[in-house]
Each structure stands twice: as C-alpha cells, then as structure tokens.
Design a protein around this ligand. Structure first.
Ligand SMILES: [Zn+2]
Ligand SMILES: [Zn+2]
Length: 451
C-alpha cells in the first residue's frame, strides 16, 4: 500500500491523497489550493481516468473544490460522502464556478486595458462541469456503518468539523489506515464532537492548529460579546466568515446572546447568498446536529433572531455601507479572497470606531493574513485602504481541533506510523515534537509513502 499526497502536503489547502493498493487507486478528497498556493490548482498531478473511486470527507472547498476537474478529465467512478456533504458541495462548487468566471472576466478586462501583464488563465471548470460532477456523487452512507469498496472495508466516522464531515478508516488484508480529513474542535454549537478512531496501523492526520491550544467556545463567546458591547454604540462590527459552518455557528451564538439578553440592540446583516443557502441545508439535515441543538430545532429555528436580515440582493448589500453604527455585518469570503466582505472592508475599515473580527484561519497570501500581520495600507480591489478599525482574532470559533485534541485523536488510534498533512510546516514540526517518541513523518507533495 502506498499513499501519494497531491495537495495539503506541508500546506493547508488542496487536500488530495491517493491510496494505491495493488491496481486500485482511491482518492481521498480533491480540493482547491487557496491563498499563496492558488496556482497549484491548475495541475492535478495524476490521471483522473486511473482513479477508481473518491472518498470525500467534507464540503469545504479545499477538500471538494477540484472534483469537477476530475470529471471534466474523464474520471468515471463514484464519489462517496454523507448526505449533507453532497448537498453542501453542490452549493459550494456552483458558487466556486461562478466566482472563478467573475474573476476571469474582470482579469480579462484588465489585461485588455493593459493594466494586467499576463493573459489570465481560464476558469478551471464551469457550471456544466459541476452538474456533471454531481451525477457521480453517492451520498449513501451513514456514520459508523462499514461498507465495502473494491475489496476494502471502509468505515466513515464523525469528524465533528462541519455538518456531515467524516474521517475514514480503511481496512485491507488486516491492515488499517485512517485519513482524518479535517477534525473539529470540541464543544461546538451545532455538530457533535469528533469520534475517536479505533486502533490503526497508519494515520494521516491534519495539523492546521498543531502548534496551539484554542480557548473554549464559551470563552470565545464572551470575547465576542465584549467586542460587540464596546463597538456597536459608535461603530460597526465586520465578521468575515466562511459561509459553511462558521456562519451558522456565529448566528447560533448571536441568538444565544440575544436569548440571554446580553446582545446590545443592533442590526445583524447576513450578507451572503451562499451562507443563506448553506443555512437552509443545515435546517434540512437536523439529524446531524448535536442533541441540544436538535432539541432547540424541534421548537424553533436555531439560526434566527429578530435583529437579523438576510441580504440576497446586491443593491441591498450596498445600502449597508451608509450605516455608521450599530450593525453586525457577516459576509464572505472568510479569508477576504473575494466576495461582498471586500466592499464592507472598503467602506468601514478606515474608521477607528469599527471593528473587524476574524473568526477563522487566514492562510498565507490572503488579504486576511496581511491585515492580521498589520500591513498598512492593504490593497482591496486594487485600492489602498488604511486600516484604522480595531482588529480582533477569536480563534476559539475555529472549526479545527487544536494541539491537545489532535494529540488525543491520534493517540486513540495508537498507530505505528503518523503522517502529518494539511498544515504549515512550522506548525507540523511543533506537533511532531509534541507527539514525542512516536514515528511521525511529514510527506512532501507527490512523495510516495509506503504504508
Ligand atoms: Zn474543512
Ligand atoms: Zn481543510
């Protein structure tokens, strides 16, 4: 058995790991590269015709974002995942196709005007490719139910990361290998905590936050409350948020603060058609919620509160620019790589009365990372913006496990070999040290690892 990582090797994006057993090839995830690695998305690095099946862990775009390319280049097999992963991937992939086309068109204009030197690369795929890819999805399995695929025994388990996320235990001739996908941090409001893997020989584990411990959700909720109390009287709070899971977590927390009467009177704008669509998928799949949230769901919508406006229309979105105080604006993209949040940054980031609250990971090369690293001015849509708004990071809202949770999860499998993936190398090295005597390896991209 061999594993070759075609992405998320010494970096966090582009997840794609090929398990090769005899003449069988099974791909675990096929995600887009983002941020500084974006250009690597153009080359898959393998022939999709030779891939027998795909096991998809979850619907984040760094895990599913290149699946339409597989099908475009004649992958004929099936893509296995949970029901929510299928429904969410559908939204995420259609949105990605749309965004890639918009970027291409605007880059083409700049190229024709002579303000862009190189001819832009065509979108990796279009909407039709997404619809073709969706035909290959098999949203059949449920957690902890073993299924057979090409002679392998596969057990998907709850990864506790986002709705429908799983990790895979794969058994072949008495040997077991586990692929973590992304693991969630514990105590999140909507999804359950991750399951532990059973005893395994080899573990491929993500390491996004291998270097640190998160604050608890409750502490993070209090931090958010403080920021809201301190800011809303004279300014607005911008929350760049991933449309999937993070936004629903934030809505859930705002609703809790409202119920507890600790949310100051304000207006909340969810300015993201994608996040609105994702929230609907959540409401269609409540059986994936943790018990407490499911109980709330039986009585009312856990993501709704009276101050909330769902903004679909772009004109309505622009009207938010005129509001000077008392608004919470939640918009994508989470890492400021595009989307409506950019307009809000342009209109609100130069005022010191306002606040920008980061609630998710900001990969290298993204505008979000540049703001966090205190670059000033930053360029937003080609325009220099002097950031005067206060910048906060609330890491406890992360949907990734921290160092102690990763260690706990790996230790449960007690493997002979651990391969760290999906992390920046300096963070992986810190996690490797934490794992002490264990046999830990950090694979490079396209390196064949015997497992
Ligand atoms: Zn993820
Ligand atoms: Zn990921």
């Amino acid at each position: 058995m061999k594993v070759i990582s075609y992405g998320a090797a010494k970096t966090v994006t582009g997840s794609a790991h090929m398990l090769i057993i005899d003449d069988k090839k099974i791909l675990i995830d096929c995600g887009l590269f983002q941020g500084v690695d974006e250009e690597q998305s153009e080359e898959l690095g393998f022939d999709p015709k030779e891939v027998d099946a795909v096991l998809l862990t979850h619907a984040h775009i760094d895990h599913c974002g290149r699946i339409p390319m597989l099908v475009k280049y004649e992958f004929k097999g099936k893509i296995y995942c949970t029901r929510p992963t299928y429904e969410l991937s559908r939204l995420m992939l259609l949105d990605t196709a749309k965004v890639m086309l918009e970027h291409y068109k605007s880059a083409m204009k700049r190229f024709q005007r002579g303000t862009l030197k190189d001819m832009p690369v065509e979108p990796l795929y279009d909407e039709d490719d997404v619809f073709n890819a969706l035909e290959h999805f098999e949203p059949t399995f449920s957690y902890d139910k073993v299924f057979e695929l090409l002679g392998l025994k596969i057990t998907p388990k709850d990864a506790g990361h986002i709705l429908g996320s799983c990790f895979y235990e794969i058994e072949y001739k008495g040997k077991k290998i586990v692929f973590s996908g992304d693991l969630g941090n514990k105590g999140k409001p909507i999804v359950k905590d991750f399951e532990h893997p059973s005893k395994a020989d080899v573990v491929y584990c993500e390491s996004t936050y291998g270097d640190r411990l998160h604050k608890s959700f409750e502490e993070s909720k209090q931090e958010l409350k403080e920021v809201l109390l301190n800011t809303l009287k004279h300014g607005n709070v911008l929350i760049p948020s991933y449309a999937l899971e993070r936004t629903q977590d934030i809505l859930y927390i705002l609703r809790e603060l409202y119920e507890e009467k600790s949310l100051p009177k304000c207006r909340i704008f969810l300015d993201s058609p994608l996040a609105i669509g994702v929230t609907k998928v959540f409401l269609r799949n409540p059986e994936y919620f943790k018990k407490e949230t499911y109980e709330i769901f039986k009585k009312e919508d856990p993501f709704y509160l009276p101050y909330l406006t769902m903004v679909r229309d772009i004109e309505e979105s622009k009207q938010i620019n005129d509001i000077q105080e008392g608004a919470i604006i939640i918009a994508g993209s989470g890492m400021l790589s595009g989307g409506r949040i950019l307009h809000h940054i342009r209109h609100h980031a130069y005022r010191e009365q306002n606040a920008i609250v980061f609630v998710g990971y900001q990969p290298r090369g993204t505008l979000g990372r540049r703001i966090l690293e205190k670059q000033n001015p930053v360029f937003v849509m080609g325009e220099p913006i002097h950031i005067k708004a206060k910048i906060y990071t609330i890491n406890g809202f992360s949907s990734h496990a921290d160092q102690s949770e990763l260690t706990e999860w790996i230790t449960a499998a007690d493997p002979q070999k651990i391969c760290l993936i999906h992390g920046e190398e300096d963070k992986m090295i810190i996690l490797k040290q934490k794992l002490g005597d264990r046999n830990v390896y950090i694979p490079s991209k396209k390196e064949a690892i015997d497992v």
